[in-house]
Write a protein that binds this ligand. Sequence first.
Ligand code: ZN
Length: 829
Amino acid sequence: MAKGHKSFHLPESRAHYVPPREYRTVHTKVELAVDFEKRGIAGACTLEIEPILPGLEAGRFDACEMDVKRCAVDGEAVEFEYDNSTLTVPLKPGKGSYSVRVEYAATPKEGLYFTGPDAEYPGKEVQAWTHSEPESARFWFPCHDHPTDKSTSEVMVTVPKGFRVISNGKLVSVKEEGARATYHWREDVPHSTYLTSFVAGKFGEITQEVGGIKLRYNFPESKRSDVLRYFGETPRIIQVMEELTGTKYPYEKYDQTTVEDFVAGGEENINATTLAMNYYPEAGTEEDFQPAYAMPFNNAVNLVAHEAAHMWFGDWVTCSDWCHAWVNEAYATYLQSLYVERTRGADEMKWGMGAREVEYFEEDETEYRRPVVDRDYVWPHDVFDHTLYRKGASMLHELRYLMGDEAFFGGIAEFLRRHAKGCADTDDMRKAMEAVSGLQLEEFFEQSFLRPGYPEFDVEYAWDDRAKTATLRVKQVQDTSDGTPVFKLPCEIVFYVQGKRRKFRTDLDATDQTLVFSLDSRPSVVEFDPERWLLKKVKFDKTSELLENQLDSSQDAWSRSEAARALGQTGSDKAVSALKAAAVKEQFWDVRACAIRALGEIGSAAALEALEEVGIRQVRRVRRALAKALGNFKDERARRILVNLLEEDESPYVRCEAALGLAKSWPEGALPHLKGSMGVHSPNETLAEACLEAMGKLKDDEVKSIVDENLPYGRPTRARVGALKAIKARGRIADDEVPRLKEILLHDKEFRVRLYLVSALIRELADGRFIDALREVSKKERNGSIRREALEVYYDLTGVAEQSATLARLKSEVEELKEENRKIVKGAA
Ligand SMILES: [Zn+2]
């Protein structure tokens, strides 16, 4: 039986198309007073619209959960209809344009969010901020809420004096009246509704400038000393993005504002990005900062670069429908990688892409497999997954390889020129790329974006000494029953012959291919795509000698890392000495880290000795690998180093890894050390999270009470997630935890805790006691990620998805039978 992947399509999924449009919105003016106490807004939205056909008799607007008070058209009050999601306003047909003014109030449950202190988190800032992607603008202003409707905008927001409002475009004025102030912003570049935004709160401000563009960083005062560690590279990022896209930054300013409880890392509101608070690197953490220890490739630079890239891909040119959202997200993700390539080198960039691909592979294996472009979803937010970001970015990397740099970057500039201030889809992208290169890319786009999966190669190598030929048999062994293609891709095969690197570019296009290469003599290194252009999995068994040579002398760091990983599987003494040599002398940190982890995998006395000699005098990310490796040894010497790393290391993330390693290496003695480190401060208290996860692996009754203490609302978010990780590590949810976890699932205010609970804990433990709660969450939850995860896990647990697929199949069989029957009856008549 084929191993098969779960389907992205749930019973509630349906095909989504661009909704019909009856008018163009030319200008949107939102005037709102913010009431922080009532967590509500009141005011008006005026839409200047132009009918597409002259006979338009009514304007229909998306407007959800509002209290609509009055509507006027061209200054004249009109009777309107409102069903809580669509507002219908009568128009006198025949005019070329209308000004529709809607007066309303709302206390939005999504789209606009309020934060503030409570008894449990007294330090939280009073703020209001919008987050409208994909379709939540309609909760705070009436509009045609789809990316295809682009208009200029004005946002006028009234707040108590002392608060600032940050929005899109130019700050036209600030008018103070009594105890209140009104901020008036105006954006002259037409943009999609989801990119209109405002943030209101008490913010400090630091400004920089690049090429005449004003860069403004807005932050709560408590973060002032960390601000430049978060945003300081912005000028360079903007410059590099201009170079990469061949397009000047298209706006006069760029605001970046951090807010409490933000529901994503960042959101690319047009020239006014909103970002999360958990990315501020504290002093001394820059070298290996990450928002939490399990996110090794997430950091401020990557986040800031990603959102800045959206100013071109997403804001200047916008995906024309959500199924094409890779045009926004894959580009932002890839441009972020290209920024890393420019500033930190290709090895660092490839490491980051590889780490992100791991997330995509995980999604593919445990959640579902889908093509990048897929219009069958339940909610638009569903497509914002690893397939969209990670696989999408990897497909762009392949495209760049296929086209070459000149054509690829030329295509980017051409695409941005063609669709400036507009919307574009997958075909538009292909056509721009074809126009500059003369290539025909339909086949590549089809396999990359319209078909699911990736190639899984099985490679065998043989050397014929008499004929002086190297033979590679390359098989594509991926399951193609779900639409995954047999891939047609260029691929590099590299041999090192007498110290010289020989590179051959071949075309892979079949399930079983034999490639023969004539060489002067037996190669010392044989590599398959060593520069890492292709998204793939490879099984390529090599002799220890070939692996050792590859680790020692390949020019490509990624390939050396792969050799280290493979040597970890062989376990020989020779492998140990090769890995030890690499761990000491290797230039690139990840190769050292891979060699160290491989020594940990080997787990022999010789391997431990090698690790001791490698020692802790390493950069932080390598010490982290050391902590992981040492966890594999049930040996006092390993413990001693681990305790030392846990309690003394300057890097919180090394400490986290040491906590996990110590629990593994010394389950009977780790608890006092973990308890001792729980309270040591780390960024976002991620060390508490790691200690809790580590404790979950211990069989000790005391752990349960520590988990109980850290679960409640009021504890640091990461500690709460750590408590959930501890339960997951234990492998079972205790009876008394079920009601507490249900309470969190249904009512907790922290989305990160709810999300982890659904997407990891309940999903992995497959606990049927949560079926009803998951169903409820899938109906009432407003966070798109949690809602989707809850529905998936619900179907996992009930097996309903499977049943409905069977049902659908039976239905279609019945239909076929009916049809046959009809034919027979007809024939008889
Ligand atoms: Zn993005």
